[in-house]
Design a protein around this ligand. Structure first.
Ligand SMILES: [Zn+2]
Length: 267
């Protein structure tokens, strides 16, 4: 095993590779990962095949119907077809429909963190496939996927945009193309963690814009925003507003994991 790591270290050290861009380096790491025994993204046990061991996989909580047809929040009981959650009625989002693959919990958080901060790009095809399944109805009507953009400064620090990586994986699975230039984050927003709901909305106010070069990919198109985690929904709502202002025909949202208190129904 030591030899394998030694070789990999040797492969990675030539100076010309040090000048490689972050994205290339991340992809290289992902490619090299394929040659190594993989670890479960949650518990770090070696796994066969894709990124979770059977024990952690069984703890994942996939989101299925019944859920609010607009927000995608799971219901504790089935209120009948087409019923919206109290949340959707009280505070309607700018987007049309949101769907998420799994609930945000210990296991899904480990997957998100491994992808985002751990260079575990090998997890993306699996996560993308789960998102595609959750969003099959939305993808069937979609013209393009739009990843929630990072501000360039954060992109530079983090080296790749995890939402763009997930969008590429969904595109590979569904055949719906990615419109990478459709949206820009023009304001470096504070981290949403720890902010109240109104503070989150204020934080993303004016943060997203469709640049001139993105307008053709937005006007009259049916778009699906892609993000890794949905908490209050303020970020995707800000994105949806910018796309709708530019004339998008429809904006839906696909998320890997959503914070989901069981939704109360309107009845
Ligand atoms: Zn595990």
């Amino acid at each position: 095993m030591g030899d394998v790591f030694g070789e990999l270290a040797g492969i990675a050290s030539p100076p010309r590779l040090k000048r490689a861009t972050g994205a290339v380096r991340a992809l290289l790491h992902a490619a090299l990962d394929l040659a190594l025994p993989r670890l479960c993204a949650a518990c770090r046990e070696p796994v066969e095949g894709e990124g979770l061991c059977p024990a952690c996989w069984s703890k994942l909580s996939f989101i299925t119907r019944p859920y609010c047809e607009q927000l995608g929040i799971p219901f504790v009981y089935d209120p009948g077809p087409g019923i919206l959650s109290m949340e959707a009625i009280a505070d309607p989002p700018a987007y049309n429909r949101a769907r998420a693959a799994v609930r945000f919990d210990e296991i899904s958080r480990a997957l998100v963190h491994a992808l985002k901060y751990g260079d575990r790009l090998d997890l993306a095809p699996m996560m993308g496939r789960w998102i595609s399944q959750a969003g099959r109805e939305l993808l069937a009507e979609a013209d393009a996927l739009v990843p929630v953009p990072l501000h360039w400064r954060r992109l530079w620090a983090r080296r790749f945009n995890q939402s763009a990586v997930l969008a590429a994986a969904i595109a590979a699975d569904s055949g719906v193309p990615v419109a990478a230039a459709a949206l820009k984050r023009v304001k470096p927003t504070a981290q949403q963690v720890g902010l109240s709901r109104p503070e989150r909305a204020a934080n993303v106010q004016g943060a997203f814009r469709v640049p001139d070069e993105g307008k053709a990919a937005v006007a009259g198109r049916r778009l699906v925003l892609v993000d890794d985690v949905l908490t209050s929904g303020a970020t995707v709502d800000g994105c949806a507003r910018a796309l709708i202002r530019t004339g998008a025909a429809n904006v839906d949202v696909l998320i890997f994991a959503r914070v989901a208190d069981p939704g109360r129904t309107s009845i």
